[in-house]
Ligand binder design. Structure first.
Ligand SMILES: NC(=O)c1ccc[n+]([C@@H]2O[C@H](COP(=O)([O-])OP(=O)(O)OC[C@H]3O[C@@H](n4cnc5c(N)ncnc54)[C@H](OP(=O)(O)O)[C@@H]3O)[C@@H](O)[C@H]2O)c1
Length: 273
């Protein structure tokens, strides 16, 4: 018997044997088919990259053919392969066709990130019906349009992760964004209702509410305005698309099955509920 295999006395530190020192087996994450809407945008790109790096097969939507082609080529150079599907997420029939095509080519979708979104800012007194409707269709109708055809596949496979990308402005409101804030607040109502419906089926539904994220749009804002915004963010900086991608990767993990119906604020402490 070696000295290390003697039973440890109370208060004594027992030394490990070689067998005990062996690392515990690592569980391999399961590769799943993912759909990220609006993946060619600032935040969507970071989400697509993060989920691909985790071994998932990532499909995304686009509207602008030229932009999507350039995006795909640039990411190919970085070593990523993404599957692109032309789809207007504001159009229900288009979404049904897109989901069918993904399932036929890649397999059942088990992770869905409803990320596509637009703004059409204006104070309510000046807001046209067109501005209102465009934002409702692209940001909120889209969540129904894409989730409705996807949910059946998740129910069949007994696993699903749905993430709705909302916004801090859906929580606190924002001058000139009655349309946008309404859609982003509405998304979280959808999250909670659907989370209840599918909780027993291995499917979780959550919202992520990013604060001010340093995308091209924010980078183009004048420096004095940028500084005044940063001054309101306790963490002292804008968020990055990677901050949002990290929140997504946490919520879609197999281990996150007990987290559902929640709203994960990703805003550097800018707004706390
Ligand atoms: N950036 C921020 O600071 C911030 C903060 C909070 C929340 N968010 C939310 O995060 C999400 C992504 O924002 P982002 O900053 O990455 O925006 P972005 O760069 O403008 O990207 C938006 C993406 O959505 C797509 N899209 C929009 N409407 C669509 C439609 N009807 N059908 C199909 N695709 C559509 C766009 O595709 P095309 O270019 O082909 O049209 C684009 O790929 C949005 O939901 C936004 O509201 C952003």
């Amino acid at each position: 018997m070696t000295a290390t295999s003697k039973p440890a006395k109370t208060g004594e530190i027992k030394q490990s044997t070689a067998d005990e020192k062996a690392a515990p087996p690592k569980s391999q994450p399961v590769a799943r088919v993912v759909l990220v809407t609006g993946g060619t945008g600032g935040i969507g790109t970071a989400i697509c990259k993060r989920l691909a790096q985790q071994g998932h097969v990532v499909a995304t939507t686009y509207r602008n053919e030229e932009k999507a082609g350039a995006w795909k080529r640039a990411l190919q150079k970085e070593g990523f392969t993404f599957h692109l599907y032309k789809c207007d997420v504001a159009d229900f029939e288009d979404c049904q066709k897109m989901v069918k095509a993904i399932v036929a080519e890649l397999g059942p979708i088990q992770i869905l990130v409803n990320n596509a979104g637009i703004t059409r800012d204006s104070s309510l007194r000046k807001m046209t019906h067109e501005q209102w409707q465009a934002v409702i269709s692209s940001n909120l109708d889209s969540v129904f349009n894409v989730t409705r055809p996807v949910i059946d596949y998740m129910l069949e496979s007994g696993f699903g992760r749905i993430i709705n990308i909302s916004s801090i402005n859906g929580q606190k409101g924002q001058f000139g964004q009655a349309n946008y804030a309404a859609t982003k607040a509405g998304m979280h109502g959808f999250t909670k209702a659907l989370a209840l419906e599918v909780a027993k089926k291995g499917i979780t539904v959550n919202t992520i509410s990013p604060g001010y994220i340093e995308t091209e749009m924010v980078a183009a804002v004048a420096e004095n305005i940028r500084n005044s915004i940063v001054a309101q963010i306790p963490v002292g900086r804008f968020g990055t698309p990677e901050d949002v991608a990290h929140a997504v990767s946490f919520l879609v993990a197999d281990e996150s099955g007990f987290i559902t119906g929640t709203n994960l604020a990703t805003n550097g402490g800018h707004f706390m509920e």
